[in-house]
Ligand binder design. Sequence first.
Ligand code: AMP
Length: 281
Amino acid sequence: MKVFSEAKMLNSYLFSLKKDKNTSFGFVPTMGALHQGHISLIQSCTAKSDISVASIYVNPTQFNNQEDFDKYPNTIGKDLEMLEKAGCDIVFVPKFDQVYGNEAVHRVYDLDGLDIVLEGANRPGHFQGVCNVVHHLLDIVKPDFLFLGQKDFQQTVVLKKLLNIINSPVEIIVCPIVREENGLAMSSRNVRLSEKGRNKAAFISETLQRIKKSRNLPLSTVLQKERAFLNTEPNAHLDYLEMVDGRTLKPITDWEDCDYKVVLVVVIYEGVRLLDNEVLD
Ligand code: AMP
């Protein structure tokens, strides 16, 4: 496994590996503090692509809370070991100027409002930051496939829109959510939970499963009841629980409104922002 910190070096190495137009490159962008969820993306990437590239970069432009950025875990040594074990070919571990250049210009994309709802409503600028970093990374890596986790469902919708806006031929591949044994969606932030909290946080995915099985009741009643439940859990504060159209992210009020429904939830538990979702048909 080769590790690069300079964009130009990575770029010319990737160019040297492109034997012919059929050599395919897969790319997995991450912010490090890797867990099995990230590794599942690497495994899908190595299975589908001739060359797999991962990046580890905690992107400051997508944080609107300095404390969250400062507290973001850094486990680079362990991350590199995990990537090598998973069969990753190349890792890009850049500093800010290697991603954004010396005269970083913050681009603003017209994302049709996809960036200002749900996660975007409480984290202004977050998805613009995500689009900026992914656009730069795609320019450097020039992959054929971009592997993303369903865990960040809204991010997959926003990035499909970005690729559309910039006319990119890159194919997005969305990989399923990897969960802890108790059902809690794996996240780099889970290490900030207490041991007891980590065990108890299964109530979030259990709620999604209950909603999935409640089609015999009106959707608005189900959501109202589950919102109340999530807010009464000790140490939990519900940010949002919404059923949306998985293409437009617009809220749905009736089970029959749409054939691609996604229920999305964010709970702040023990002060940690926990995201989860479930796709329904
Ligand atoms: P992050 O390091 O949080 O930016 O995540 C990098 C990529 O890993 C994103 O595409 C995430 O959606 C994906 N990811 C994070 N957690 C999981 C998980 N539990 N299962 C599957 N993919 C995940």
